[in-house]
Design a protein around this ligand. Structure first.
Ligand code: FES
Ligand code: FES
Length: 173
């Protein structure tokens, strides 16, 4: 199409090619062209963080990025967090600790948290609160969000702990 630009991305492990207007925001491309409406747009002015996705493994507010700027990148949205039919540690933790109320900010919080617990697996409450600085939860349920991220750290450690048999093998070898 005239005035459109071609882009190629990998989105949630799937190769995607499309034509976009130069002004199209990544958040809108994900939602409108790819139907990945789990990425929420709460403000469009880079304040709220509801639109956070991972671009090449890093959390980015997708309303601050043009789709053409993401050309060639690997994007993970909230739809791509679970794998093999298993919920991600942050999804399990938010369910266990009631880390959401209306759920509008939750996709962005989950994506940020999935990166955060990888980078800072032993972060304390203060560090978790600092990490949430770019996220606005209009329900103001931050207490449970912080507890959920701390719980996600635990789940991640449990998932990474060697099974009893493997541990014994390690000791004897
Ligand atoms: S919609 Fe992107 S920061 Fe609010
Ligand atoms: S749970 Fe409602 S905006 Fe965060």
């Amino acid at each position: 199409m005239e005035g459109h630009l071609s882009i190629q991305l990998t989105v949630n492990g799937r190769a995607v090619a499309g034509e976009v207007e130069p002004r199209t925001l990544l958040a809108h491309y994900l939602r409108d062209a790819l139907g990945l409406t789990g990425t929420h747009v709460g403000c469009d002015t880079s304040q709220c963080g509801a639109c956070t996705v991972l671009i090449d493994g890093l959390p980015v507010k997708s309303c601050t990025v043009l789709a053409v700027q993401a050309d060639g990148s690997a994007i993970t949205t909230v739809e791509g967090l679970a794998s093999g039919g298993h919920a991600h540690a942050v999804q399990r933790a938010f369910q266990e600790r009631h880390g959401l109320q209306c759920g509008f900010c939750t996709p962005g919080v989950l994506m940020l948290s999935s990166w955060f617990i990888q980078q800072y697996p032993t972060a304390d409450d203060r560090q978790i609160r600092e990490a949430l600085d770019g996220i606005i939860c209009r329900c103001t349920g931050y207490e449970n969000i912080v507890q959920s991220i701390a719980r996600a750290q635990e789940i991640q450690r449990e998932n990474q702990a060697p099974l009893a048999g493997e541990a014994r093998e390690g000791v004897s070898s």
